[in-house]
Design a binder for this molecule. Structure first.
Ligand code: SF4
Ligand code: SF4
Length: 194
């Protein structure tokens, strides 16, 4: 069975608890049992975390200028959940998913939002959170000094490429391991069924 990683990328995973548990069980099993086979995935994830951290000051400087005055803050609950690809990255880092509060409204303020902004370290925020820039924020970045902005755009592209490499490597390893892992295919199918 070939497992296309595109099927693993969805936002409302947490809302389908059966699929969430299937996905996390699948990743738990992969990273517990095949640490050495997945070592390259882990290396990519560690490097990715460092690179996301490296762009944090630039983003922080800009959000600090516009977000406190924002009339419609974009940090709502639905954005705060990990999707499949975020989960792969989190497990590769040797971490485990956050414990989400039950019964929250998707459109209410995000459970991780504090008075000082997001309460999660930037490298472990859902990917969509780190790379969402509203028009006002984009304008603020573009209007600033050109060199840091150009550097940020380049670093951003590197992060996207690195994440793609990490996910492709994971996909490749999963497909190589699938034939020898009993029950693996059904666990996977539970996690991606729509
Ligand atoms: S990123 Fe844009 S929409 Fe989100 S809080 Fe900041 S200014 Fe508001
Ligand atoms: S950036 Fe943080 S507070 Fe904002 S939606 Fe994402 S997880 Fe929630």
């Amino acid at each position: 069975m070939t497992i296309p990683m595109s099927q693993l990328n969805d936002t409302p995973l947490w809302h389908d608890r059966e699929r969430w548990y299937a996905a996390t069980s699948f990743l738990e099993r992969m990273f517990n049992n095949y640490g050495s086979e997945l070592s390259e995935v882990t290396e990519y994830a560690n490097e990715l975390g460092k690179r996301i951290d490296a762009v944090s000051p630039f983003i922080q400087d800009n959000t600090a200028s516009v977000c406190p005055l924002c009339p419609k803050v974009c940090c709502i609950n639905v954005h705060g959940y990990y999707d499949h690809n975020d989960l792969t990255y989190i497990y590769a880092l040797g971490l485990r998913p956050l414990r989400y509060k039950e019964g929250l409204n998707d459109t209410g303020p995000c459970q991780f939002l504090s008075r000082d902004g997001c309460g999660l370290e930037r490298p472990v925020r859902p990917f969509r959170c780190n790379w969402y820039f509203c028009r006002r924020l984009t304008q603020q970045m573009e209007d600033g000094p050109a060199r840091p902005y150009r550097q940020f755009v380049n670093r951003f592209q590197e992060v996207v490429n690195l994440r793609r490499l990490m996910l492709d490597e994971f996909s490749c390893r999963v497909n190589l391991l699938a034939p020898q892992e009993e029950g693996f295919a059904s666990l996977y199918m539970k996690s991606v069924k729509s």
